[in-house]
Design a protein. Structure first.
Length: 136
């Protein structure tokens, strides 16, 4: 059952168009709900542009992380946050090293599978401190 005013288009194209529009609406809905895009920091246009830019960067970073997590490639930012970001960890900072130790969690095996060694192992803005991730 389809409602449309385009009576000449094939049903496949109409369904395809609706699917594309639905995905766009989901992205906008996620930006409003999870990234609080409806609560901009200021009515000044430059600040609004900055808020939107930061939202786009955050959404892109969440998407990039999701691509690394087996089984979570198509998840939205809220689910990635709930399962992987919002968690506890012990962070020990010593001279020249930052060690992050994650406690036992259900999704740790997925985090262990990520090829972290292919990513930067030092923190440039912390005088090149070495970053170490440990999972209990």
């Amino acid at each position: 059952f389809l409602i449309t005013n385009d009576l000449t288009a094939p049903a496949e194209r109409i369904v395809s168009d609706y699917a594309r529009r639905w995905r766009v609406e989901n992205v906008i809905s996620e930006a409003v709900k999870f990234f609080n895009l409806n609560a901009l920091s200021s009515p000044i246009l430059v600040k609004v542009h900055f808020d939107i830019l930061m939202t786009m960067i955050a959404d892109t970073l969440y998407s990039m992380l999701a691509q690394k997590l087996r089984g979570f490639e198509q998840c939205d930012a809220q689910k990635i946050f709930r399962h992987f970001i919002r968690g506890k960890a012990d962070v020990d900072i010593t001279s020249g090293e930052v060690q992050v130790t994650y406690p036992r969690r259900a999704h740790n095996p997925i985090l262990r599978e990520v090829p972290w060694q292919k990513m930067p192992q030092t923190i440039s803005w912390l005088d090149g401190a070495k970053l170490t991730l440990k999972f209990q």
